[in-house]
Design a protein around this ligand. Structure first.
Ligand SMILES: Cc1ncc(COP(=O)(O)O)c(C=O)c1O
Length: 384
């Protein structure tokens, strides 16, 4: 048996209803192409997608479900959002906490076009320096792109603070919710978030292959990214200029989208705060049991809001070696290396060593946590 602690990468275990739904979609012969065919099976698929769109809109506090755009994952949503609002001459602010799916679209724009960016520093725990954000604002600053929670440390960003800065300075706010969607109750419009990107396969318990972009600002035009079939306005050369068709070209991933709905229903049924408290209690137990082991170094601010992610290193040991030992000897699966978060690793000085990331879920069990703690203690005592 594998002891899985890589829920920050993807949720290994899904609620049964998710798998059942995907199976039904694929096996029943009742779900065809959702692009508005006039027969029952096409309509069934269309209805599944519509129902999920409405559920996602309610879940994230979007008043018009047409402003929920389905994508393949958060990476695609982030590319659509960033490239869809930025124009020649614009300046973007982002942070050291970001994943490459925020950084690389920005680097790409800056390399090819007349676009500038600034990166806001973090404190020693990796938390963004809120007071420094306004220092970076210029007359051409269009967008602030920030993660809701670091995928490396689990540090959660205070979005109310960030939204206030953006509103005061008339800057669009884009939030990468990949690590927080399904963990923290987030109402996008109420918070003043213009663009909110999420992925389905992590804490929303969906199958891989679905994510989305919630457009919180009803007046915001996000330019088309992919263009192609949309099921409407077929004789127009341009992509239809209405949401969601403007940003959704081609056949949807009906099984994963229907699975996403079941994942969200599961969260609503259990209560998002209950699920969060459960996973956080595992992370806290893990951290509190190991924080005094002298050979272990931790990263992140454990006195501030965090997701159930614990980043650590055995001092002087490559994270890849630690990961190998954990898996080969103890069947423990964690994520080592750089976590697609290059600036956070540079900040911590862990470019060579990498970091050992444990991430917990409400699906984790107490026994698994205890086993991980004991295994780490054994490794630490062998290293001493
Ligand atoms: C903070 C963050 N942003 C973006 C992504 C990209 O998500 P996906 O691979 O589903 O596109 C991840 C995935 O690990 C992430 O942790």
């Amino acid at each position: 048996m594998t002891y899985y602690f890589d829920y920050g990468a993807t949720s290994l275990k899904k609620p049964e209803a998710v798998a059942k739904k995907v199976y039904e979609i694929l096996s029943s012969g009742e779900y065809a192409n959702p692009s508005r065919g006039s027969y029952k099976e096409a309509n069934n698929a269309f209805i599944e997608i519509y129902k999920t769109r409405k559920l996602v809109a309610d879940f994230f506090g979007i008043s018009d479900e047409k402003r929920v755009i389905f994508t393949n994952n958060a990476t695609e949503a982030l590319n659509i959002a960033i490239k869809g609002v930025i124009e020649q001459g614009d300046h973007i602010i982002t942070t050291k906490m970001e994943h490459n799916s925020v950084l690389r679209p920005i680097y790409q724009l800056a390399e090819k076009e007349n676009i500038e960016f600034s990166i806001v520093d973090s404190d020693k725990y990796g938390v963004v320096l809120y007071d420094d954000i306004e220092k970076h604002i210029k007359s051409n600053t269009k967008l602030l792109a920030i993660t809701q929670a670091s995928n490396l440390t689990g540090n959660i960003v205070d979005l109310k603070k960030i939204a206030t800065i953006c509103q005061k300075n008339n800057i669009l706010l884009l939030v990468d919710g990949s690590q927080a969607a399904g963990v923290i109750d987030t109402k996008v419009e109420k918070l003043g978030i213009d663009l909110y990107c999420f992925t389905g396969h992590k804490s929303l318990f969906a199958p891989q292959g679905v994510g989305g972009l919630c457009i919180g600002n009803p007046n915001l035009i996000v330019k088309s990214y992919n263009v192609g079939g949309s099921g409407i306005k077929t004789f127009e050369k341009n992509q239809p200029q209405i949401y969601p068709e403007m940003l959704e070209a081609g056949t949807h991933n009906t099984p994963s989208i229907a699975g996403l709905a079941e994942g969200i229903k599961y969260i609503l049924d259990k209560g998002i705060d209950n699920l969060y408290n459960k996973q956080l209690s595992f992370a806290n137990k893990f951290y509190n049991s190991l924080k005094d082991v002298s050979i272990i170094e931790f990263y992140g601010n454990f006195n501030e809001p965090k997701t159930a992610t614990v980043a650590l290193n055995f001092k002087g040991v490559l994270s890849s070696d630690a990961a190998e030992e954990l898996f080969e000897k103890y069947n423990i699966a964690i994520r080592a290396g750089a976590h697609c978060a290059p600036l956070m690793h540079k900040h911590f000085g862990t470019v060579e060593q990498g970091i050992v990331r444990f991430s917990f879920s409400s699906m984790t069990t107490e026994e698994e946590v205890d086993y991980a703690i004991e295994s780490i203690k054994k490794i630490a005592s062998e290293l001493n």
